[in-house]
Design a protein around this ligand. Structure first.
Ligand SMILES: Cc1cc2nc3c(=O)[nH]c(=O)nc-3n(C[C@H](O)[C@H](O)[C@H](O)COP(=O)(O)OP(=O)(O)OC[C@H]3O[C@@H](n4cnc5c(N)ncnc54)[C@H](O)[C@@H]3O)c2cc1C
Ligand SMILES: *[C@@H]1O[C@H](CO)[C@@H](O)[C@H](O)[C@H]1NC(C)=O
Ligand SMILES: *[C@@H]1O[C@H](CO)[C@@H](O)[C@H](O)[C@H]1NC(C)=O
Ligand SMILES: *[C@@H]1O[C@H](CO)[C@@H](O)[C@H](O)[C@H]1NC(C)=O
Length: 533
């Protein structure tokens, strides 16, 4: 089967590999001249490619965000700078020999159903390279074109911005703090980029105002005992608690946890809707910059004048030099006909968040159009494994009415959990979603039976972080080293930071003496209690 992969970012790369693993014949089209997608930093803003700032560091940790059969090198830190993320992708492409399947500087103009689609499920894919167009027939299409390309820039909400005499732009144009010395800056939005840019500029600019309508929970990469946040957060046990306790109790527990670091209300960051769990914002320094006064949190901005910004509490900040709209992104699929993928409230309705439901044959899927409360890479990888097995007919695909039922059911749960806000539209529950895809293709380990046959592994799977290797233990694509890698996760996390180790002094208390000592203390205690009664 010939498969077209559109885009050579992380999703595209892993989809090429999924095709190869399943014995399919992939051809990947990438409009730029290199791999990396979002993660390939460049000082220029390129048409049709995501653009990041120089200082972007991953907000998910390396043990969680690797591909399931390709751990990060041990000498990488737990959270990696974008240059290292790109380096990792290069290693991945080299290890599995993926580059030869990619046609660079080739843009996909359209993917249309062939005339005999209902029987063949084939696609007519038109590409353009050096001004020359070419049409090729494919048996399947994997769309990996990313969703951080079109800036969402709601300028029409601020008619006054036309009079504003300072500079204003979308965060995708922000590269570094050069040129902001002594400036007074307003940042609109409260996503990861807004907070990152606010913190960075607060060291150069004379004042930064961070304007948020809804607020956000902020968590630090440095979480409980200094472990990466996602290692603590994304475990099956934690997930079970979050999803089975009544909503009110979960919200209360999350709130208590979030306010442990600092009280969000006192820092002006308390989310408006506390019961709905919005993706937390990950930033290690924001509260510090706020308490030192370099960043001032403001409510929603309502409009601008020639020199000032007006906020919805009636306050006005004068002498503003720069406004940065960190208002996120829209997405679209210019190469697909509207009849194939319909957008509703900027949301695409897809079966399992992958396949457009109305296709007569499931031979096209969108990969990575999702925001899990965890890393995207292993999510995209498992989507790729799922889709290639659907292509081959090895993964059951239900009839249309069941597909629609499933979508409607998910829609309900989604609204209950994440609400209807635009910012949350791509959210899924990380572990629940991965487990569902994994179960479909038979790679979900059975933890209950493992408690009997391999209890240590079962404990690690249930109470430990849900790392990508969990989906390489059984079934198609099983990978021998997976168990060992799962069991040594914590060692590698610590090794990344424990770069200065104190020499062990000969301890006079060996482990055995310690245990004996503890037993003695216990015995004495029990004896005392018994004497008392
Ligand atoms: C600032 C920032 C930080 C992030 N940090 C994290 C993080 O820490 N952890 C995490 O899990 N996720 C993070 N993300 C999310 C990020 O989207 C994913 O990590 C991942 O890079 C998505 O990869 P992708 O391949 O799906 O898309 P992209 O990386 O956007 O790649 C898409 C590729 O498709 C190509 N393309 C598009 N259209 C066409 C076409 N018509 N024809 C041919 N080629 C085309 C583009 O040129 C591009 O190379 C971050 C995103 C941003 C913007
Ligand atoms: C593919 O598209 C081309 C150009 O639009 C068209 O001429 C051709 O008939 C199509 N092929 C199939 C099998 O649909
Ligand atoms: C990490 O940051 C990116 C870019 O802002 C965002 O899309 C993604 O959801 C974030 N991930 C988590 C787990 O917060
Ligand atoms: C999801 O639910 C909302 C609100 O009930 C509704 O407006 C929307 O059309 C639903 N979408 C789907 C795909 O069912």
């Amino acid at each position: 089967m010939k498969i077209a992969v559109i885009g050579a970012g992380l999703s595209g790369l892993t989809c090429i590999k999924c095709c190869l693993d399943e014995g399919l014949d992939p051809t990947c089209f990438e409009r730029s001249d290199d791999i990396g997608g979002v993660w390939r930093f460049s000082n220029d803003i390129e048409d049709g490619r995501a653009s990041i700032y120089q200082s972007v560091v991953s907000n998910t940790s390396k043990e969680m965000m690797c591909f399931s059969d390709f751990p990060f090198p041990e000498n990488y830190p737990n959270f990696v700078h974008n240059s290292k993320m790109l380096e990792y992708q290069r290693k991945y492409a080299e290890e599995f020999n993926l580059l030869k399947y990619i046609q660079f500087k080739t843009i996909v103009i359209s993917a249309k159903k062939c005339k005999d689609f209902e029987s063949s499920g084939r696609w007519n894919v038109t590409t353009e390279k050096d001004g020359k167009q070419e049409t090729t027939i494919f048996d399947g299409v994997m769309v990996c074109s990313g969703h951080h390309i079109d800036p969402y820039y709601p300028l029409e909400s601020y008619p006054g911005i036309k009079q504003f005499r300072g500079q204003y732009f979308h965060s995708h144009q922000y590269k570094n703090s050069d040129g902001f010395k002594g400036k007074r800056v307003v940042i609109v939005g409260m996503g990861n980029s807004a907070a990152d840019i606010a913190v960075e500029l607060s060291r150069t600019a004379s004042q930064v105002f961070l304007s948020t309508r809804r607020g956000a929970w902020v968590i630090s990469r440095v979480f409980d005992q200094g472990y990466p946040w996602d290692i603590c957060f994304d475990t099956r046990f934690e997930n079970f608690k979050r999803n089975t306790l009544p909503m009110g109790i979960t919200a209360f527990l999350i709130e208590a946890k979030m306010n442990q670091w600092f009280c969000h209300a006192n820092y002006g960051l308390q989310p408006v809707d506390r019961t709905q769990f919005k993706e937390p914002l990950i930033n290690d320094e924001l509260p510090s910059r706020i308490t030192c006064g370099f960043v001032v949190v403001k409510p929603a901005v309502i409009d601008f004048t020639e020199t000032a910004a007006k906020f919805d509490d009636g306050s006005i900040e004068e002498n503003i030099d720069v406004v940065i709209f960190a208002t996120g992104y829209s997405f679209s699929f210019p190469f697909l006909d509207e009849s194939i993928i319909k957008m509703e409230n900027n949301k695409a309705n897809l079966y399992k968040y992958i396949v457009p439901p109305t296709l007569e044959k499931p031979t096209l899927g969108i990969i990575g159009l999702i925001q899990p409360l965890g890393p995207i890479m292993p999510t995209a990888e498992l989507q790729g494994r799922w889709l290639t097995r659907v292509f081959k007919g090895l993964c059951p695909y239900p009839p249309l009415n069941m597909v629609m039922d499933d979508i409607a059911k998910k829609n309900k749960t989604f609204i209950k959990r994440f609400g209807t806000k635009r910012e949350n539209r791509l959210q899924v529950d990380f572990i629940e979603y991965l487990d569902e895809l994994a179960a479909d293709i038979g790679v979900l380990p059975n933890i209950y039976s493992l408690f009997l046959s391999d209890p240590l592994l079962a404990l690690a799977l249930y109470f430990g972080p849900c790392t990508p290797m969990h989906y390489r233990l059984v079934g198609p694509g099983k990978w021998r080293p997976a168990r060992e890698i799962i069991m040594t996760t914590w060692d590698r996390i610590v090794k990344a930071t424990k770069t200065r180790v104190l020499k062990k002094r000969e301890s006079s208390f060996s482990f055995v003496t310690k245990v004996l000592g503890a037993l003695c203390v216990l015995a004495v205690f029990v004896a005392m209690v018994m004497c008392k009664y």
